[in-house]
Design a protein around this ligand. Structure first.
Ligand SMILES: *Cc1c(COP(=O)(O)O)cnc(C)c1O
Length: 295
């Protein structure tokens, strides 16, 4: 796509694998290797009932034959939503905890709860999957971008949707030495991601290597508007690229707005990362059935 001499390229991480694609695969790779090599008897993690991370861990467990445990925030509701019914179909053991307890998940009280309820031989990954190993996995995506595009065609800007900021952090680490600026589009309200992302970066990579875009959250995490849904349909009609309303739809919406507003200098080459998450369209089957079939 080219508009007023700005180029927009898309890296289709959504096409990596049917069940285990997008950024979640990159983030899980070294965690899975560690779980296997350390002889863990299962992999455990946390998430909301619509978590793409839960979905990916369940898929990985089935593919690698590692038992998985998913601690889900909130009550057990039947019928299971598409994310949880997929997770269960892939053999994930689902365990539900109250929102109050879930909020304590980074405290010793919660560690105690885990010790009491699950065997000690598990390998645990944090909510959203962001840890040092995850960021190492994303850095490989940065290397791949440089190898695929070669020096002459390196993008000036790489755009990515952000939740925990782990994917953005890995891209910044890998790309800023080559002079590529990363723009992280927050899918959540507020600017807390500034500090989150910075906390994963060496001191040498601060303000100038990346930017946070906070104006396209559409009301907050998993919120959306008719305008956003219309944009997703229109984007698919024009470019044949399916997006979903939680992450990638918001990022592309924001990017297209910014291009229209001439935020980028003429000649800027932008590479947008399609981070996947298309199974999230299953909550919108009536509207997006055609995108699901084609994707
Ligand atoms: C999880 C997810 C993100 C956010 O990744 P973070 O590393 O948590 O910032 C972006 N896009 C999609 C499709 C996701 O599933």
């Amino acid at each position: 796509m080219s508009d007023r001499s700005v180029e927009l390229w898309v890296k289709r991480e959504d096409l990596v694998h049917q069940d285990l694609g997008g950024n979640k695969w990159r983030k899980l790779k070294y965690n899975l290797l560690e779980a296997v090599s350390s002889g863990a008897s299962y992999m455990g993690t946390f998430g909301g009932a619509y978590s793409n991370h839960i979905y990916a861990v369940a898929a990985a467990g089935a593919l690698l034959q590692i038992p998985t445990v998913g601690i889900i925030r909130g009550e057990e509701l039947y019928p299971l939503n598409p994310t949880l019914s997929f997770a269960q179909s892939r053999g994930m053991t689902l365990s539900y905890i109250s929102r109050e307890r879930y909020r304590q998940k980074n405290t010793p009280v919660f560690q105690e709860y885990l010790h009491q309820h699950f065997p000690p031989s598990g390998y645990w990954v944090p909510e959203g999957g962001t840890n040092e190993r995850a960021i190492t996995g994303v850095e490989e995506m940065a290397q791949e971008i440089m190898a695929q595009l070669e020096i002459a065609a390196l993008p000036n800007v790489v755009a990515v949707a952000s939740g925990t900021g782990g994917t953005a952090a890995g891209l910044i680490r890998g790309l800023s030495p080559a002079g590529v600026r990363v723009l992280a589009f927050s899918a959540l309200k507020g600017n807390f991601l500034k500090r989150e992302i910075d906390s994963w970066l060496p001191d040498s990579q601060t303000a100038r290597s990346w930017g946070l875009v906070t104006s396209y959250h559409f009301g907050g995490y998993a919120r959306h508007s008719k305008e956003l849904l219309r944009f997703i349909e229109d984007f698919f009609d024009r470019f044949g690229i399916p997006l979903e309303p939680v992450y990638t739809g918001k990022m592309f919406f924001g990017l297209v707005e910014m291009i229209k507003e001439r935020y980028f200098e003429p000649g800027t080459r932008i590479l947008a990362i399609h981070t996947g998450g298309l199974q999230g369209l299953q909550g919108f089957e009536e509207r997006f059935g055609n995108l699901l079939k084609r994707s």
